[in-house]
Design a binder for this molecule. Structure first.
Ligand code: HEM
Length: 562
């Protein structure tokens, strides 16, 4: 029986097998042929030809070099990027499929991109920010970016920043008190830096405060950090990059929950402020002096204008929209949150809607939060390692404050020259924004090499790598604040140090950041000696949107005697 049945079944099985083997083989051959032809055709295109002239790893049909990213952790991607730039030099290319990505680490080339009014458009990678920041300053382009930048830059005028000194002081003192609970054991200082940064931003950007009972601010800070993680995941995981697939995932649901928290708070505050402004305006109580009064007058000699700007542009003579504002310095007038200034400008006829104001506040909250939290945490870790540098900072602070426990004034911050160099050096070694990406809309001829980057390319500027170039910063892995002595900075290319980017699209908050960092760090360092059990070689870095330590920002504190 088995003899009879076997022949009957075998042809059937053969039939099934035979029914797919041939078509599959034909399909495979056709696919390989089609891919090969497509690939060969692509190689004839000018865009691909120009891209292939730039050195880079071997690219495969269809995927290009995308395979190098697959399955890699944040740390591994960071290490790989560094490795590639060592192999291929200051101009290197990669292909994501047939999309060209060029990495630049030569200051003269970086200048061409960042100093241009043509290459202002952010790369498509920034689209993941859109649900959160809408068309805020960080990602907007064209006329919208131009008009909003013009509107927002005055809100960062030195005279406005001076009025924030008390907010910086009070919140710095509060965090010093909170950190007293950590004395005697190792802890992650980033948690504290993050919380105090959000508190300060809530007051300076929105004019609100967070009380002990109301944990809205902390919840908001947590939501911001988790949103950053999601954005990073979206850049790395191919299925999360595509909206239709992303929308099916739990990550999308989590994003919605987080944005509900973030937008809920911003919307609420914008509404409250707007209502208050309108009520006051209806009663004829417009804010006085107005923003224009504060920043619009010619400087009068001796009227409180400081002798040097809060942010020293490394001895460079280059100026931008923030530097220009200093010429109108008339001293401290009244405290306005960024949001108040935008509402006031809108009332005075500026073309900005409530929703756009909300987007700009979200952008300031995002940009101002994680960057300065990471920057201040890195400073504390490095000072914990380099006790000699910390002692010099402390000596400088003793010279300014003596035995007094008074608050820091704006004038004091101008005296904190060594602390300023410590901050600059920290932002060199660990730039919170480790790369900047732009979409190139016109062909670019590079300065350093005879390469043309074709229009449509994504250019990635490797800030981290530039800051670690031995020819620009001798012994780049050594923490040396004297790298920022005026005589050293004067001899360096301006675009060799770009923690805040540079040119027309540079960080609008950089003076705010420097002022806040000086007040915050000086307050902490006057109260505590910081120690660390590690060296910077032990740091595990995460190439996130914001550069961080994956091993945590661990330090120990010892109270300083009053
Ligand atoms: C250590 C602190 C900071 C660092 C290292 C930093 C760095 C940067 C960098 C590199 C950019 C350019 C990003 C790009 O082109 O992709 C940028 C843009 C920006 N930053 Fe900052 N930032 C800091 C603090 C702040 C603060 C405190 C604020 C606001 C309170 C702020 C607001 C902004 C805004 C609004 C932009 C977009 C500007 C535009 O596109 O016109 N930043 N920042």
């Amino acid at each position: 029986m088995s003899f009879e049945t076997i022949p009957e079944r075998l042809p059937a099985e053969d039939g099934v097998g035979g029914s797919w083997v041939l078509p599959m083989t034909v399909a495979a051959v056709l696919t390989v042929t089609a891919v090969t032809l497509f690939h060969l055709w692509m190689q004839t295109r000018r865009y691909v030809k120009l891209g292939n002239l730039i050195p880079g790893p071997v690219a495969y049909p269809l995927v290009g070099n995308a395979n190098m990213l697959l399955g890699k952790t944040h740390n591994q991607i960071m290490e790989k990027a560094m490795e590639l730039s060592y192999i291929y030099g200051p101009v290197a290319r990669g292909w994501i499929g047939y999309h060209l990505v060029v990495f630049l680490t030569e200051p003269s080339d970086v200048e061409i991109i960042l100093n241009s009014y043509v290459h202002l458009e952010k790369s498509s990678e920034y689209r993941f920010f859109k649900p959160w920041l809408g068309d805020g300053l960080l990602i907007s382009s064209g006329d919208k970016w131009r008009s909003h930048r013009k509107l927002i830059a005055p809100a960062f005028h030195q005279n406005v920043l001076k009025t924030f000194i008390d907010v910086f002081n009070d919140n710095s003192r509060a965090v010093v008190q909170r950190m007293a609970n950590e004395v005697g054991h190792e802890f992650d200082c980033h948690d504290y830096m993050s919380e105090v940064t959000v508190d300060i931003l809530l007051e300076t950007a929105m004019g609100s405060t967070r009380t002990g009972q109301n944990k809205e601010g902390f919840e908001y800070a947590m939501a911001v950090m988790k949103m950053c993680d999601i954005l990073h995941k979206r850049q790395l995981k191919i299925h999360l990059r595509l909206d239709p697939l992303f929308n099916l995932t739990g990550v999308k649901k989590e994003q919605e929950r987080l944005l509900h928290i973030i937008h809920g708070l911003t919307r609420k505050v914008v509404k409250q402020k707007k209502t208050l402004f309108e009520r006051n305006a209806a009663e004829g109580r417009l804010p006085s002096p107005s923003l224009t009064d504060i920043i619009g007058k010619e400087e009068k000699p001796g009227e409180g204008a400081p002798s040097a700007p809060a942010f020293i542009s490394q001895g460079s003579m280059l100026r931008d929209d923030l530097d220009d504002n200093d010429e109108n310095d008339i001293g401290e007038k009244r405290r306005l949150a960024f949001l108040d200034l935008m509402i006031e400008s809108a009332n005075a006829g500026a073309n900005i809607s409530d929703e756009e104001i909300k987007e700009e506040v979200d952008t300031i909250m995002f940009e101002g939060h994680d960057t300065t939290a990471a920057g201040s945490s890195f400073v504390l870790c490095l000072l914990g390692i380099h006790q000699d540098v910390q002692e010099r900072v402390y000596a400088e602070l003793r010279q300014i404050f003596g035995d007094s426990t008074r608050k820091a004034t704006f004038a004091d911050t101008l005296e904190m020259k060594y602390l300023e160099r410590v901050i600059f050096e920290t932002l060199r070694m660990f730039p919170p924004v480790p790369i900047i990406a732009r979409k190139i809309n016109e062909d670019v001829q590079l300065a350093s090499k005879n390469y043309t980057i074709p229009a449509g390319t994504t250019v990635v500027i490797g800030t981290y790598k530039i800051h670690h170039r031995e020819d620009l910063f001798p012994e780049p892995e050594k923490f040396n604040p004297d790298n920022f002595l005026p005589e050293r900075t004067q001899n360096r290319h301006y675009y060799s140090y770009i923690p805040f980017s540079a040119g027309p699209r540079s960080c609008v908050g950089r003076k705010y950041a420097m002022l806040k960092l000086k007040v915050l760090l000086s307050t902490i360092l006057r109260s505590y000696r910081v120690r660390s059990n590690l060296t910077e070689k032990d740091f595990k870095l995460q190439a996130d949107i914001i550069l961080k330590r994956t091993d945590g920002f661990l330090v120990q504190l010892e109270p300083r005697l009053p």
